[in-house]
Design a protein around this ligand. Structure first.
Ligand code: ADP
Length: 403
């Protein structure tokens, strides 16, 4: 039994065929990527059973891309029609104030996702393209939308409301929505079991540090704060995004810098963060530069760590008591220096890392704090595709039971 997971972007579609019962560290049964959709030269890559096949061919649109990818899978005998696929899970970036739970997709649900386009003008249209194409190609399988904002839909108002004119905010649907929700939920739900606490009595901080980065404070299974906001630009310093900045910088860039809105959007989303300060956004390259005493790399790293510690500190106060701090995603799972520097010298707050455990290679969920650390520190690998596969399978099963 498998789920097909689709993550559709404006010029690419990623997909996986996953057994929802598999463990977070295992490779998906199949993974695929359709790239450069709409450009003269496109590419489809398929990975299965340790082998990788790449096909160069023009992909005029999402429909042709998925059709061709599925046909390639059919040739190998592992096409969606040849496997027992019980659900198709679609990653949808913005669920606004409408969606908190995964939703069985119907025409009215697609319409509601369309109505949320003003909140995610780049992402939701691409997600809808993926949904429409996949529903056409696989009409007999239930399709389920899983929202990146869903886990944070019920943030306490004090954490979700921005202190800007209430009328203007309401007219423009401005509030903190939060993103990476699937990952924060997936990771935070595993922590109580690992540290031997009841989920309803566990207060924790989750640090999702990938190329995009966000953190959340989770009290007894429910998030009470998160660092991303109306958009995924807010919060921590990221690979190429600036995170929190003084909003006055934007006026300054318009009035003094002569930049227009699209240029500022591009600057803050793609040319800022660690990359904007050092020239690279991959932490492996950043570390190599620091080892070579590159001053810009060192500055970028220090700014990154300073912002991370700011958030950890504020979430410790928001939670009052913290049982666990968990690192996840590419940087969080692999970069021992980031973990160490984020939590160094916090013994007086009950946080003490074990150097050897922290330096161990990334090998599944594990505790990296010392035995006498009051706050447990963990690394828990995230797997958003598996989480979407599980959610989609659950919704489809419920639907099947009802039918
Ligand atoms: P996203 O899903 O946001 O694209 P990931 O969670 O896959 O990102 O994280 C990607 C990032 O993880 C890379 O840009 C790199 O900075 C970091 N990363 C991956 N592997 C390592 C490693 N072994 N050591 C340090 N950083 C790593």
């Amino acid at each position: 039994m498998y789920s097909l997971v689709i993550n559709s972007g404006s010029s690419s579609v990623k997909f996986q065929i996953v057994d929802p019962a598999s463990d977070a560290a295992s490779e998906p049964f199949v993974s695929g990527l359709v790239e450069q959709i709409g450009e003269p030269a496109g590419r489809i890559t398929i990975k299965h059973g340790g082998e990788k096949d790449t096909f160069e061919l023009p992909v005029p649109n999402h429909t042709v891309g998925l059709q061709k990818a599925f046909a390639m899978l059919d040739d190998k005998g592992i096409g969606p029609g040849q496997l027992d696929i019980t659900a198709v899970g679609h990653r949808v970036v913005h669920g606004g104030m409408v969606f908190s739970e995964p939703e069985l997709i119907s025409d009215p649900v697609v319409e509601k996702i369309r109505e949320l386009i003003p909140l995610a003008p780049l992402h939701n249209p691409a997600n809808i393209d993926g949904i429409e194409v996949a529903r056409e190609l696989l009409p007999d399988i239930p399709h389920v939308a899983v929202f990146d904002t869903g886990f944070f839909r019920h943030l306490p108002p004090a954490a979700a409301v921005y202190a800007i004119n209430a009328e203007v905010a309401s007219q423009n649907q401005i509030r903190r929505y939060g993103f990476h929700g699937t990952s924060h939920e997936f990771v935070s739900s595993q922590v109580p079991g690992i540290i031997g606490r009841e989920p309803e009595h566990t207060r924790q901080i989750v640090l999702h540090l990938g190329n995009g980065a966000s953190c959340s404070a989770v009290e007894n299974g429910r998030p009470i704060d998160t660092s991303m906001g109306l958009t995924p630009l807010a919060g921590l310093v990221m690979g190429t995004r600036c995170g929190d900045i003084d909003p006055g910088i934007i006026f300054h860039l318009v009035r003094q810098g002569g930049l227009d809105i699209d240029e500022i959007d591009n600057l803050l989303n793609r040319r800022s963060g660690v990359k904007g300060l050092s020239g690279v956004n991959d932490f492996r390259e950043l570390r190599a530069m620091i080892d070579n005493e590159d001053k810009d790399a060192f500055m970028a790293y220090n700014v990154y760590i300073h912002q991370l510690r700011r958030y950890i500190g504020s979430y410790m106060i928001a939670l009052g008591r913290v049982d666990a701090i968990t690192f996840t995603a590419g940087v969080g799972e692999n970069d021992r220096f980031v973990r160490w520097d984020a939590l160094e010298n916090l013994e007086m707050y009950g946080i003490k890392l074990d150097a050897e455990r922290n330096a161990a290679p990334n090998d599944g969920p594990r505790i990296i704090s010392a035995d006498d650390s009051a706050v447990k520190v963990l690394v828990v690998p995230t797997n958003e595709e598996l989480a979407i596969a599980q959610k989609a399978a659950r919704v489809a099963q419920r639907q099947g039971a009802r039918a």
